[in-house]
Design a protein around this ligand. Structure first.
Ligand code: 5AD
Ligand code: SF4
Length: 475
């Protein structure tokens, strides 16, 4: 999961009078699922008559959609709340009310603490309850409210349908949550506590969402879940559908040209999903399959439910099924008890797999998780050194992967205008950002592009007339 900051932009609400509309600002931290949740919260607020603002300055409601995965992500919330408190006071002095809400995983894990530490917060809402925002906002106007229970109703069934206008504003590549929560209990991770038990949305609900996205011009859909390949949603006939079956269904929806899914767990990488990589052309040849560590000892201590050899075996099967597939992973260095030899094993697995991209982190002690209780915590300086070495190797691999793309022709989904005039930008099947000269009318189309150069964060390309050389991985 990448740490990103998402801004939800304003949209006219057809029913409300133009001048008196209250303004809401949503700031989202953390993973792609939080970005998705923030979008859905924006949809709810738009229906409640809010205009969505792009800064907190003149907002009547500020919602922080928070992330609890690592210590630094949590700390950001409290410093942001300090700033918002000052803003709220200043607005109050001018005679304007401002509501402050905290949503997301920090709200779930530390709701009470937030209410205690920060009196300016009016509303706390966990990730499973944000469909109740309209009611919570009404109550928050009369006194502070916190909603962090795991509700019995299906949040997704309660959410308003996706608005075509808002889908169009967000572009031709969209995210859809299909699975949420986790039952794996890796010993470093807060997700099973903040997002709750594993839950899969019914197939019909997902299909309806993706059809709606396709009608509004979306060409690429990334299926989201904390443990997305554990998906086991019920289909229309009451049978359990695997992620592979869901992917096959979605690939048939007219207009949907590209499918991705993230984040997967190696233990759930079963044969039917691997076969889908061979048989479903819309399934992009890029797989994020986190291994976290290359040491069997550390993997066992992390409760990952697989060893290094098993992971490599899965990668082998995936590569047999789809020889042009590229891989990415998450890594944690400095898990309690990690020795130099354990760390070397992680470097070894990185060399064995050869990744096109990765996210890597120093282990962060999370309250309430078994890892946090261990006495054999690793020194920060050691973690720093290991992370630098690991990132050096991963960066070499990423650059080599990009460099090997030069001279090849890739199918590029054009997503938006580029930074310079006359330029457009999109992504290759391998999620590489690429820019090229071309008309805006190509947005939403998949066009063959010759990759001519690599930069630090993106590729440069040139339009060509003939088909792609996809089917060959750059490395
Ligand atoms: N410390 C460091 N990294 C963590 N992750 C999850 N929990 C922690 C933690 N306590 C990382 C894992 C996971 C990614 C989303 O975040 O690598 O795959
Ligand atoms: Fe966290 Fe492990 Fe579940 Fe992923 S599989 S969300 S790392 S507990």
């Amino acid at each position: 999961m990448s740490e990103s900051l998402e801004l939800i932009r304003g949209e006219e609400h057809p029913k409300a009078p133009a001048l008196s509309k209250p303004r809401a600002f949503i700031k989202s931290y953390g993973c792609q699922m939080n970005v998705y949740d923030a979008e859905r919260m924006g949809d709810i607020l738009a229906l409640e008559g809010y205009d969505l603002a792009d800064s907190a300055d003149a907002a009547d409601l500020v919602l922080l959609n928070t992330c609890h995965i690592r210590e630094r992500a949590s700390e950001k919330v409290f410093s942001e709340l300090g700033r918002l408190r000052t803003l709220k006071k200043a607005r109050g002095a001018e005679g304007h009310d401002m509501l402050i809400g905290v949503a997301g995983c920090v709200a779930q894990a530390e709701g009470r603490e937030i209410m205690r530490r920060q009196s300016a917060v009016d509303l706390v809402v966990g990730p499973q309850s944000y469909h109740r925002l309209p009611d919570l906002l009404r109550r928050a106007r009369n006194g502070r409210v916190a909603e962090t229970d795991f509700p019995v109703e299906d949040k997704f069934a309660e959410l308003p349908p996706l608005s075509e206008q808002r889908i169009r504003q967000r572009g031709v590549a969209a995210f859809v949550t299909v699975q949420e929560g986790c039952d794996k209990f890796c010993t470093f991770c807060v997700v099973p506590y903040t997002r709750g038990a594993e839950f899969s949305r019914p197939v019909a609900q997902v299909v309806a969402d993706v059809e709606r996205l396709a009608r509004a011009g979306v060409r690429e859909v990334t299926l989201l879940g904390q443990n997305v390949n554990a998906y086991h949603g019920e289909d229309e006939r009451g049978r359990t559908s695997s992620l592979a079956l869901l992917i096959r269904r979605l690939a048939e929806i007219p207009g949907i040209s590209r499918l991705r899914y993230t984040t997967s767990h190696p233990a759930d990488m079963n044969d039917d999903l691997i076969a889908a990589h061979r048989e479903v052309p819309a399934l992009m040849p890029y797989l994020h399959l986190p291994v976290q560590s290359g040491s069997d000892r550390v993997l066992a201590a992390m409760n990952r439910k697989h060893g290094a050899a098993h992971y490599l075996e899965i990668i082998g099967k995936v590569r047999d099924a789809r020889p042009d597939i590229a891989l990415s992973s998450d890594f944690i260095v400095g898990f309690p008890g990690e020795s130099d030899a354990d760390f070397e094993a992680t470097l070894a697995i990185i060399r064995a797999v050869d990744y096109a991209g990765a996210f890597s982190f120093k282990y962060s002690r999370r309250p309430g998780t078994p890892g946090a209780e261990r006495q054999d915590q690793i020194d920060e300086a050691v973690k720093e050194k290991r992370l630098a070495r690991l990132q050096g190797l991963l960066e070499e691999q990423r650059q080599a992967f990009n460099a090997a793309s030069v001279g090849r022709i890739a199918d590029v989904l054009i997503e938006k205008k580029g930074r310079h005039s006359g330029q457009i930008a999109g992504r290759t099947p391998y999620l590489q950002a690429i820019h090229l000269d071309g008309p805006e009318e190509l947005i939403g189309q998949i066009v063959p592009v010759e990759i001519v150069a690599t930069g630090p964060n993106s590729l440069a390309g040139r339009r060509v007339n003939h088909g792609s050389s996809a089917g060959e991985c750059p490395t």
